[in-house]
Design a protein around this ligand. Structure first.
Ligand code: ADP
Length: 347
C-alpha cells in the first residue's frame, strides 16, 4: 500500500437481496485517508446497504470492496478493519463505560497497561474524562452515543462506518453532536463513512459527499460544489430548495411552460436557488417577471416570498432582510434573477 491508496473503495458494487429486492444497482467511490465521507439520499435509496457491504454484513452480488487496497472478498465482518456505529446503540448495559470501551482491545489481547491507555485517551477524545466508572443507564443519550463512538474507535479501525448515528437524538442535541463528531473525526484522524438522510448534517460535516438515488450515485463532490453546481435535477431538488424549470432549449433561452428564461448554455432544465431570486420593483436583472405576492413566510433569519406570475408559474424568493418598503400579500411585484444564477441541467 502506498500513501495514495484509498482507505476504502467500492468498485461496481451491486446488491440484490435473496427475496429479489434491489439494494443497490451500481455504486463506485473511493474514500481517502482521514476523510469524512457521507452518503445522503432518501429512505430506501441504498445507503445502509452500501455501508453494510463495506462492513461485510452483506456480500455484494457483484463488484468489489477494498480496504486500504486489500480486497475484502469473502472476509467476514469481524475480520475486517472496519467498525460500525448504529443509530440504536448497542452498549453493554452491565459494563461500565470504561469496560465498554476496553471490550475490543481486550478481545485483541492487548496488554492491560495498553488497554488502560486506550480507554483514557478515548474518554478524553469524546469529552467524557471522569465518566469511566458510570454505567450506560447513568448517561444521557448524547453521552451514550459518544461512548459507542469511543468503543468503536478503540479498535483503531481503518474506516469507521456510521449509520445515522444521531438519528435518535432530538434536534438540539443532534446539532451539538454534529460538532462533537466532526471534532472527534478530525482529532482521531480516522476515516469516516457516514450515512444520513439529513442534508444539513451531510453539508455541514462532510469533506466530500455522495448523493444517492434509487441504488445509484447521482453525484459526488464537495458539499459546496454539490449545492452550487448540481449536475442533475435530482441533486438540485434534493439538496436545498430550488426553483426548477424544465423545458426546451432555444439558443440562449429555456422555454418552460409559462416562463421563458435566459440561460447560459443549452439544457433541459434550469435550477435557480431562492436566495438568488430578487423581489421588488424596477429590477435590472436579465430575467424579470411580473406577478402577485401570494405568500410571505417569516423564518427568523430570512423571509420567503411566493410570487405567482401572470402565467400561473410560481417563483420562490428568499431574502435575508427586507429591502426597501415592506411587501405584503396581494402586492403586485417584480421578481427575477441574473443569467449566472441559473444552473443549467441536462439530466
Ligand atoms: P437506505 O439506507 O437508503 O434507506 P437501504 O439500503 O436500507 O436504503 O435499502 C435499499 C433497498 O433495499 C430498499 O428497497 C430496501 O427495501 C431493500 N432492502 C434493504 N435491506 C433488505 C433486506 N435485508 N432484505 C431485502 N431487502 C432489503
Amino acid at each position: 500500500m502506498n500513501s495514495s491508496t484509498p482507505d476504502a473503495e467500492l468498485r461496481g458494487v451491486r446488491k440484490v437481496y435473496d427475496n429479489g429486492a434491489r439494494g443497490v444497482e451500481q455504486v463506485d467511490f473511493t474514500v481517502t485517508k482521514g476523510e469524512f465521507f457521507s452518503m445522503l439520499g432518501p429512505s430506501g435509496c441504498g445507503k445502509s446497504t452500501t455501508l453494510r457491504v463495506l462492513a461485510g454484513l452483506e456480500e455484494p452480488t457483484s463488484g468489489e470492496v477494498l480496504i486500504r487496497g486489500e480486497s475484502m472478498r469473502g472476509r467476514p465482518s469481524h475480520r475486517r478493519p472496519t467498525n460500525m456505529v448504529f443509530q440504536r446503540l448497542a452498549l453493554f448495559p452491565h459494563l461500565t463505560v470504561a469496560d465498554n470501551i476496553a471490550f475490543g482491545p481486550r478481545l485483541q489481547r492487548k496488554p492491560g497497561k495498553r488497554v488502560g491507555e486506550i480507554v483514557g485517551s478515548m474518554l478524553e477524545l469524546v469529552g467524557l474524562a471522569g465518566f469511566g466508572r458510570r454505567y450506560p443507564a447513568q448517561l444521557s443519550g448524547g453521552q451514550q452515543q459518544r461512548v459507542a463512538i469511543a468503543r468503536a474507535l478503540a479498535n483503531e479501525p481503518a474506516v469507521l462506518l456510521l449509520d445515522e448515528p444521531l438519528g435518535a437524538l432530538d434536534l438540539r442535541l443532534r446539532v451539538q453532536m454534529q460538532q462533537a463528531l466532526k471534532r472527534i473525526q478530525h482529532d482521531s484522524g480516522t476515516t469516516f463513512v457516514y450515512v444520513t438522510h439529513d442534508q444539513v448534517e451531510a453539508l455541514t460535516m462532510s469533506d466530500r459527499m455522495a448523493v444517492m438515488n434509487e441504488g445509484r450515485i447521482e453525484q459526488i463532490g464537495l458539499p459546496a460544489e454539490l449545492y452550487r453546481s448540481p449536475a442533475t435535477t435530482f441533486t438540485a431538488t434534493f439538496l436545498g430548495d430550488t426553483n426548477l424549470f424544465e423545458g426546451d432549449s432555444r439558443g440562449d433561452l429555456l422555454e418552460s411552460p409559462g416562463i421563458s428564461i435566459k440561460v447560459a448554455g443549452g439544457g433541459r432544465a434550469v435550477s435557480v436557488r431562492p436566495e438568488h431570486v430578487a423581489i421588488g420593483k424596477d429590477l435590472t436583472c436579465a430575467n424579470r417577471y411580473h406577478g402577485r405576492l401570494e405568500d410571505v413566510i417569516f423564518q427568523g433569519a430570512s423571509t420567503r416570498y411566493h410570487v405567482r406570475l401572470t402565467s400561473g408559474v410560481l417563483v420562490i424568493s428568499e431574502r435575508r432582510e427586507e429591502t426597501g418598503s415592506p411587501l405584503a400579500v396581494g402586492d403586485d411585484v417584480e421578481t427575477g434573477w441574473d443569467v449566472d444564477a441559473g444552473v443549467v441541467l441536462n439530466q
